[in-house]
Design a protein around this ligand. Structure first.
Ligand code: CA
Length: 231
């Protein structure tokens, strides 16, 4: 029977989760603050952590970072009150496995929990910390990027933009999507900042690695295509 730790300060949501999870056969322990969550997660025998980002004592993101920093390798699903893409990108970057935006339906969370537990079982203790697309390899822990085995220095924004492209390799991303994912809210959609940064990345990662899709946006070329070009 799987054991789930719920770190959530809102009593109503905590009790909704606890009841639902117990009804589906999970052993559920609830704690309402971040420090308590860290202690319990590191001491306890949990299979999965549900972590609210808005906690009274500390930001849930720092709880996530502390746990991953101390080797907690179990799946972590974030609960976020904000439908904030920047939060989600940061959360996934900091080692979360998934997120659910409040308000959510219990079935949605349950499906994600089951999927995460399944993949944790089939690949035990395998924490994915690198992304690879063609010759580009990005390490999420050391925040280092290599191209063909050579380390490339990227600024923080270039790193986030590279990660965004790699997570969506082969997919066309519009300027608006890239602004949302890599810059967050409040940027003028008419700004050419995305184009400027794509130019930087092409210089650093290789001119072929991001293609322009006319009238639509940009795409990081699928790995097969880059590999075929390299070999
Ligand atoms: Ca909260």
């Amino acid at each position: 029977m799987s054991r789930i730790l719920v770190v959530e300060d809102e009593p109503r949501i905590a009790s909704f989760l606890k009841k639902g999870l117990q009804a589906h056969g999970f052993i559920t322990i609830h704690v309402e603050d971040g420090d308590g969550g860290i202690t319990l997660a590191l001491d306890g025998e949990f299979d999965l952590l549900i972590l609210d980002l808005g906690l009274p004592d500390r930001d849930g993101m720092t709880v996530l970072e502390a746990l991953r920093g101390q080797g907690f390798a179990k799946p972590i699903i974030l609960l976020t009150a904000r439908d904030d893409l920047y939060d989600k990108v940061n959360g996934l970057e900091a080692g979360a496995d998934d997120y659910v935006t409040k308000p959510f339906r219990f079935e949605e969370l349950l499906a994600r929990i089951r999927a995460r537990l399944r993949s944790a079982q089939t690949s035990p203790k395998l924490v994915k910390t690198t992304l690879s697309v063609g010759p580009v390899m990005l390490d999420l822990l050391t925040r280092q990027v290599q191209v063909g085995g050579q380390v490339v220095e990227l600024s923080a924004r270039e790193f986030i933009l590279t990660e965004t492209f790699m997570r969506h390799a082969g997919q066309v991303l519009s300027r608006e999507q890239l602004l949302d994912l890599a810059w967050g809210y409040g940027y003028d959609p008419g700004s050419n900042i995305v184009d400027v940064y794509v130019g930087y990345l092409r210089k650093k990662l290789g001119s072929d690695c991001i293609e322009t899709v006319r009238g639509m946006g940009y795409r990081m070329v699928p790995s097969e295509v880059i590999n075929a070009a390299v070999s």
